[in-house]
Design a protein around this ligand. Structure first.
Ligand SMILES: [Zn+2]
Length: 514
């Protein structure tokens, strides 16, 4: 390993002040006079008034966020944290150093404080390309030639959290301009990115993503921090690998090209700072010529609501203001506060119930103009009531809804070419019959279809339009599956028709607008 520079001189102070929690310790008494305290952040004597043990607040002198602790009750405890320091080690190389801090309070105001290094990452580049990405960990063994071992620190059990292995941490930001000058990351906006939310992160991800996607700089500097975060960290789970590439044009020259929206909407989007799902939702609305309500979108951003039908369905019946008011009220009243207390763990859960309730009420032909129907006092109860009907009542309601949907679906998806025809189902019996004939379980999709979670369509041979042949499920504007008899995939001739239909109908913008 190359000789690295000394650590920044103020690294201990940085870790103490910016990465660990602070306390004001005080001597408790029950008289009215102020209690005498000491702040661990500014290390000054302070006066404490009207605080209880473990109250959160601010130091009266340095104004930092602190926890108030009574000296009599604090006992032994410790805090720990991680930080990352970037340093230049050569013409074409930087090192990221992973630091740990431990502060142990043994019934005293001044902790045993320890800072040490656990891991290093060496990054070398040529031109703008990363050519080396070497990880090392500190083995803590003395006497060896070097304590640095290549690779990741071993762990006993991958499902268990090990603080020493954790490389996610705060970023030492004071030397960033200097350390990154002349590197491929000089304009990466890493500092701006970190400043908007100075909490732990695995910073090397940002460096690596930026070298493939310089568009990050634009996004961060214009305030699209949540989109930037998604590009850097969102796909880490691997489920939707680069799913955002459909939404963000990484080769765009201007922000309008990058985001694929008209210039007049940029200011609106900046104010909302949408996440990727919300961006998808807003873009969908904009493409349809609907300018989303600013307050509503901000509210969605705050409450992490990102499924567009949670919003678009209620908006058929009410104003954005009423929707926000009602959902917030329900959430505040029935919020989950313990594992067996309360119902909703997020506003999204409320809206999921609400969408379901509204669509079901509509199918049951309730008066959708009456505020008694639209805003039930107890949403979960009302939701269960409309969903808990007898079989006969439910299937009658489902049938009415499917009949109503028929002509719209025909207009949107109907297609006739190459000897095949696409048809929507006209009743729940149609769907059940299709399942019986083709031996697959499409029957259970009836309720999903009524609740607008998916669309079931039939493909028939034009010569035999009544005979079940192939069933298609459409989800979120795309074909989720197509199945012929016994759950088999379509034969080549039919697949050709499906591809054509997909191009000309399913993805066709003028049909979507209709
Ligand atoms: Zn202080």
């Amino acid at each position: 390993m190359k000789v690295v520079k000394a650590l920044p001189r103020d690294i201990n102070t940085f870790m103490h002040l910016e990465t660990l929690p602070h306390y004001v310790f005080y001597d408790y008494h029950n008289r009215k006079a102020p209690m005498k305290g000491y702040c661990t952040a500014c290390k000054k004597e302070v006066e404490v008034v009207g605080k209880k043990n473990n109250d959160k607040g601010f130091c009266p002198k340095c104004k930092r966020a602190v926890t108030f602790k009574s000296r009599g009750r604090r006992g032994h405890f410790h805090d720990r944290s991680t930080a990352q320091v970037i340093q230049r080690v050569g013409e074409n190389e930087i090192v990221v150093r992973f630091m740990k801090a431990y502060a142990s309070y043994h019934k005293c105001d001044i902790p045993d404080f320890n800072v040490y290094e656990t891991a290093r990452l060496l990054i070398r580049w040529e031109g703008n390309k990363i050519v080396k990405w070497d990880r090392f960990y500190h083995s803590y063994t003395h006497g060896a030639l070097t304590p640095w071992c290549r690779g990741d620190r071993p762990r006993f059990n991958r499902w268990c959290y090990y603080f020493e292995n954790d490389l996610c941490g705060f970023l030492y930001h004071k030397n960033l301009d200097k350390a990154l000058k002349g590197t491929p990351w000089q304009y990466s906006a890493l500092k701006e990115y970190y400043y908007q939310d100075p909490t732990p992160l695995y910073m090397p991800h940002y460096l690596r993503t930026y070298s493939s996607y310089p568009v990050l700089e634009y996004l961060v500097k214009l305030g699209f921090v949540r989109l930037a975060t998604y590009i850097v960290y969102g796909d880490a789970g691997g489920h939707h690998y680069r799913s955002w590439e459909k939404l963000i044009n990484v080769n765009g020259k201007t922000i309008t090209e990058v985001l694929g929206v008209e210039k007049k909407h940029i200011a609106f989007l900046r104010q909302v700072d949408p996440g990727i799902q919300q961006f998808n939702m807003i873009k969908g609305m904009l493409n349809e010529g609907v300018v989303p309500d600013m307050e509503l979108m901000k509210w969605c951003s705050r409450t992490d609501v990102s499924q567009s039908d949670y919003i678009t369905v209620p908006l058929r019946f009410m104003t954005p203001y009423k929707l926000m008011k009602y959902a917030t009220e329900q959430y505040n009243t029935y919020r989950r506060i313990a594992y067996n207390k309360g119902i909703y763990s997020g506003v999204s859960n409320v809206l999921s119930d609400y969408k379901d309730y509204l669509l079901m009420s509509e199918a049951l032909e309730h008066d959708m103009k009456s505020s008694f129907v639209l805003y039930p006092n107890n949403l979960r109860e009302a939701h269960d009531r409309v969903n808990d009907l007898t079989k006969a009542e439910t299937s009658a309601a489902y049938d009415r809804k499917l009949t109503k949907m028929f002509s719209g679906l025909m207009e949107r998806y109907g297609f006739n070419k190459l000897g095949f025809t696409v048809l929507p189902p006209a009743s729940s019996k149609d769907i059940a019959r299709e399942g019986d004939k083709l031996h697959h379980c499409v029957g259970r999709y009836v309720s999903s279809m009524v609740k607008e979670e998916c669309i079931i369509l039939f493909i028939r041979k034009t010569s035999a339009p009544k005979k079940p042949y192939c069933t298609v499920e459409i989800k979120k504007g795309d074909i989720a599956q197509a199945r012929i008899q016994n759950n088999n995939p379509p034969p080549p001739k039919l697949q050709k028709f499906i591809d054509l239909w997909k191009q000309q109908v399913v993805y066709a913008p003028e049909r979507i607008a209709a």
